[in-house]
Structures are given as C-alpha cells and as structure tokens.
Design a protein around this ligand. Sequence first.
Ligand code: MRU
Length: 365
Amino acid sequence: MKIDGIAYRTIWRGADGRSVEVIDQTGLPHALRIRSLTTAEAARDAIADMVVRGAPLIGVTGAYGLALAAQADPSDAALERAAHMLAEARPTAVNLRWAVRRAAAKVLSQAPADRAAAAWAEAHAIAEEDVAACAAIGRHGEALIRQARRGEATVNILTHCNAGWLATVDWGTALAPIYAAHDAGVAVHVWVDETRPRGQGAALTAWELGRHGVPHTVIADNAGGHLMQLGQVDLCIVGSDRVAANGDVCNKIGTYLKALAARDNDVPFYVALPFSTIDWSLERGADIPIEARSGREVTHQTGLDDEGMLRTVRLTPEHSAAVNPAFDVTPARLVSAIITERGVCEASAAGLQGLYPEAIAVGRT
Ligand code: MRU
C-alpha cells in the first residue's frame, strides 16, 4: 500500500542483505519510523513488544527472525533454540508458530552451509504467499460488500482492531475487501472501533484508511451496538488470530460483543483470514490460549498533548487492579461466513474442510 504516494510493505529484507526492516507500529499514528532488526533476539522483541503485530505479520517476522538466526549460527542447536524463542514470543496467533515451524523444517533439511540462504528464501516465500492470500481475500470479500449495497448508497462497514495492511505484509485481511471495493468505485464508509486498551483501531486502522483515502469514523468500542440498532451498519468485517477447526474465531478482545450485537440486529458478521490462521489441531475455540497482557495497558494511555508532546497518563486510581485479556473467542454460530483466499465458507468444520479438503482434522501445529 502507499504512504504519501510511496509503496510500502510492513516488512522487507534490508538493502545490506543481512538485516530485516519493519515499520515500527508503536510510533503510529504520530510518527512513521522504520526499524532495522539484525538478530533473532531483536525479531523476538519486536514481536513481543508489538513493534510488529497482527497475526500474519508476526508469522512473517518470525520466519525472517529465523533467517537472522541462521546467518549468525546455522547449527542444529542454535536454530532449534531460535525457533523455540521466536515461536513463543506471543501465544495466541497461530500464524507465528506455523511460519516459524515451516521455516525451521525447511532450513534444518539443508546442509549447514546452505541454511542461511534457504532461510531467507523461505521467509521471502512466506511473505509473498501472505501478500497473494490477502489480495485474494480482498477479491472475495469485495463481492460481499457489493451484495450488502442498497442501490447506490454508501456501504457502512464496522471493523474492530487493526486487520489492515499493517497487520499483514500488504493489503490486510478484514480491510482488504474494503480497499478492493473502494478502489473499484464502491462508496464505502468504515466505523472504526477504537479497540481499547491498546487502541489499534484508533491509531492504526484510522491511520491506514486515512492514508488510502477511505472515508471512516472512529467510534468508542461501546458505540457499535447502538449504531447497529439505528441501521447504520450494513455489515461487520473483522480479522482473526486463530480459528479452530470447528469455525470458532479468536480475535482481538471485544470482537465477541460485536458479534452478539450484530446477530441481535441481523447485521452480517464476516471474519477474514488466510489459511495460516486456521489451527486444524484445535477442535474448538475454548482451547485457544488467550494472551494476558500487562494491566498497565488498561490503566495508562499515551497520546499527543495540545503542544504536540507525547505523554503517558494514568486513567485509574493508583491502586485499582486491572486485568488485560488480549483476545476473545466468538462462537462459530455468531459468524455469518469466513472469507479466505480460497473463497467464502460457512464457519463450521464442514465449511472450512470444503475450502481446504487437504487439511486433516488434527495435528497441523
Ligand atoms: O494484538 P494484535 O494487535 O497483534 O492483534 C491482532 C490483530 O490485529 C487482530 O486481532 C486482528 O483482527 C487479526 S490479525 C489480521
């Protein structure tokens, strides 16, 4: 996607051929900074500290992290240690484990002298596949947006968190259909949930939609149900960090409440994701590990003051406890359909297996 007319991806191999460069998402929307990663440890930290975030992107970063490890030490022991460290950097998005394991299997099958080159090639392949998958999700999802259109009226779409190009290598998952529709001349407007506590909607989704010229409005997380009751939401599209084999969907905390409100108001609720987000080894969403993040993300907020200075302020009484579960699970029954690079399917075991007949029910991860 373009920022001020210049094409960017979220991650790429550095010009020196030995480093990885990423957009530092902790600076957005106030500052666009590029960060260079030169070691597997730096890649792990970038994932854990959410310099890079979004399920597909942390998977690709993990794979590039393994390439950084392979060029430092291509021994079995070093690569196995690095793979474990990278895969454990965050617990919920299955894409991370999937990508690191895929890259590790490829690299360890080579002679040590060939491992660094093989690791760079595999990371590049995973990144390119992600771009192609997201572009295809965009095409399939665009058809659903057109279906929801009433005559020439603007289609109002609600989204939660950031599942745009910043969460992937390019295009995004939930936002890819919106970009496709917008670029094709369909009038769209996006209700952007702010997505407390980290504010991925307010900071990242609003930023990238704005840079692309997509009309949008940021709303408090609590406003979506009310807008649905008023008939101001035609459909919801969200992303996912892990989908169980039965179609239960894990996504950013607060997604479940939006799905409940959508069902009560007959608003279609779509979930967009690439194949790397499906965990065939888990029968149901209740088995998905939910990341517990620091309570400080709830008690404190950072933003620009009126003088343009970045400040962090406490919102809560000094001694009030805070808990911060980062994801929730939306049962498959509340999901109208899943949009993948292979097409649109029912959120169910049969629906997913229909799109991925080669997938076996247990044991992928
Ligand atoms: O905690 P994050 O920001 O890494 O969470 C991931 C997400 O952005 C979402 O939950 C998203 O909807 C799925 S990733 C395309």
